[in-house]
Design a protein around this ligand. Structure first.
Ligand SMILES: O=C(O)c1ccccc1N[C@@H]1O[C@H](COP(=O)(O)O)[C@@H](O)[C@H]1O
Length: 234
């Protein structure tokens, strides 16, 4: 359920350099994401992953992002990244999500593309098999990337959902708009990639710090305004 007493989590995704990773860790990011998708400007080669991800050990959860991976690729990425969570950001069916979760024994975060209310019809089926759900803007047909496009969607579409799974918001978030987003929707966390970059794939340590601070502030002030949180605190 969104908005219970779980810790609000901030994920910085698409990390490819030690400088960006250190900025995210020092800023207090809870989750750091590593993209394995060759079409992405944030693609992290398997050979480069072990040395980079080692810096995050014990400091933040590691998330491996894949798009419609087969089992062989999953095996290679898991060996190189040693992730705590798998993020599936393609057209994986609920059956495939359940299969990956069972086969590899790791929690799965399934990304759902959202443009219209009808896009949420699949939510119960995915919530039944995934450990958490991530909402992202639906890309245009034929877009090169299924995510990481720096594009927001109408956040009101995901307000008030309750599927008994942690829910995360992504899609075009920035330090400037995350307070507005979290003022509108109760979420268990936020995820950002483009909004903390100077150019596609080029992370900005300053923007990472600003985003983590803004999201943390916005999450704590929105939980103070939430009547359920107030009741729990008293
Ligand atoms: O970041 C990428 O390059 C990427 C590639 C393929 C699938 C997903 C990708 N990123 C994820 O997309 C969302 C939104 O990102 P943005 O903040 O709008 O750029 C986020 O969950 C990223 O993890």
């Amino acid at each position: 359920m969104a908005g219970d007493d779980r810790r609000f989590e901030i994920k910085i995704c698409g990390i490819r350099t030690a400088e960006a990773l250190d900025a995210a860790l020092e800023a207090g990011a809870d989750l750091v994401g590593f993209v394995h998708f060759p079409k992405s400007p944030r693609h992290l080669a398997l050979a480069d992953a072990p040395a980079l991800v080692a810096r995050a050990a014990g400091r933040a959860g590691k998330v491996a992002l894949l798009v419609d991976p087969d089992d062989a690729l999953l095996q290679d990425v898991i060996a190189a990244v040693t992730p705590d969570i798998l993020q599936l950001h393609g057209h994986e069916t609920p059956e495939r999500v359940a299969d990956i979760r069972a086969r590899f024994g790791l929690p799965v975060m399934k990304a759902l593309p959202v443009a219209r209310r009808e896009d949420l019809a699949v939510l119960p089926a995915y919530a039944a098999v995934a450990d958490r759900i991530l909402f992202d803007a639906k890309p245009d047909p034929g877009a090169l990337l299924p995510g990481g496009n720096g594009r927001p969607f109408d956040w009101a579409l995901v307000a008030g959902l309750d599927v008994n799974r942690p829910l995360m918001l992504s899609g075009g978030l920035t330090a400037d708009n995350v307070p507005q987003a979290l003022g509108l929707v109760r979420m268990d966390g936020v995820d950002v990639s483009s909004g903390v970059e100077d150019a596609p794939g080029v992370k900005s340590p300053d923007k990472i710090r600003a985003f983590v601070a803004a999201a943390r502030r916005a999450a704590s002030s929105s939980s103070l305004q939430d009547p359920l949180s107030k009741a729990r605190a008293s």
